[in-house]
Design a protein around this ligand. Structure first.
Ligand code: CA
Length: 223
């Protein structure tokens, strides 16, 4: 899952990025409203954390412009303490939720999870395909009763595939949702990660059916 953080206070922006990366999200940061708007309208994000007061273009303006362009990425608006009336304005402009700064990282994380899973997985923290199970909170991954150990990126890749089951996902989609802008990942790298995943979730379970399928020339499909 890939998140854009638009926040002009570098210290806050960088600590949010660091914290989210520890939770296995791919994170891009924009320090101005204009940069944030440009990234949000050209890249494919799963969530945008948007500060309200920004140089150049403020959060409400960005929100309105994105919605006007039919970009419906969930937006979590960040407002400074005391801007209560702006919260209403933020939501009216098309934001999905808001938080008042300063906030605890735990609370931010809870809201991020809620917004990201909102469309398809409103209730469960556990994603399931056949006997494969992935817990997005504890990071435990299991096939049947066997616990599988995954690296951060393997986990992020599997989570993305599990959120789009039985759908062909292209390498480009994988790259843009699992890696951040600076990663400069090549399609070959995706193949390497898919191979590693197969070695962990399919090959050891020879009696069960394979879950990762290659749609030759297109991409991959789970389940
Ligand atoms: Ca600000």
């Amino acid at each position: 899952m890939r998140i854009l953080v638009v926040e002009d206070e570098h210290r806050i922006a960088n600590s949010i990025k660091k914290g989210l990366e520890q939770e296995k999200y791919a994170v891009d940061v924009a320090y101005t409203g204009i940069d944030g708007f440009d990234l949000a309208s050209t890249e494919d994000y799963d969530l945008i954390l948007l500060d309200l007061l920004l140089p150049g273009m403020d959060g409400v303006h960005i929100c309105k412009e994105l919605r006007a362009k039919e970009i419906h990425t969930p937006i979590l608006m960040l407002t400074a303490k005391g801007q209560i009336q702006d919260k209403v304005g933020g939501l009216d402009s098309g934001a999905d939720d808001y938080m008042t700064k300063p906030f605890s990282f735990e609370e931010l994380l809870a809201r991020v999870r809620a917004l990201i899973r909102r469309p398809k997985h409103a209730l469960s923290e556990t994603l399931r395909i056949d006997d494969l199970e992935l817990n997005t909170k504890t990071y435990e991954t299991k096939r049947g009763a066997t616990v599988i150990s995954l690296s951060n990126k393997e986990f992020a890749l599997l989570e993305y595939l599990m959120r789009h089951p039985r759908t062909v996902i292209t390498k480009e989609q994988i790259i843009s949702h699992v890696w951040d802008y600076e990663s400069d990942i090549l399609p070959n790298t995706v193949e390497v990660y898919i191979r590693n995943l197969r070695n962990k979730i399919d090959h050891p379970f020879s009696s069960a059916k394979a879950l990762i399928h290659t749609a030759r020339g297109f991409g991959y499909k789970l389940g």
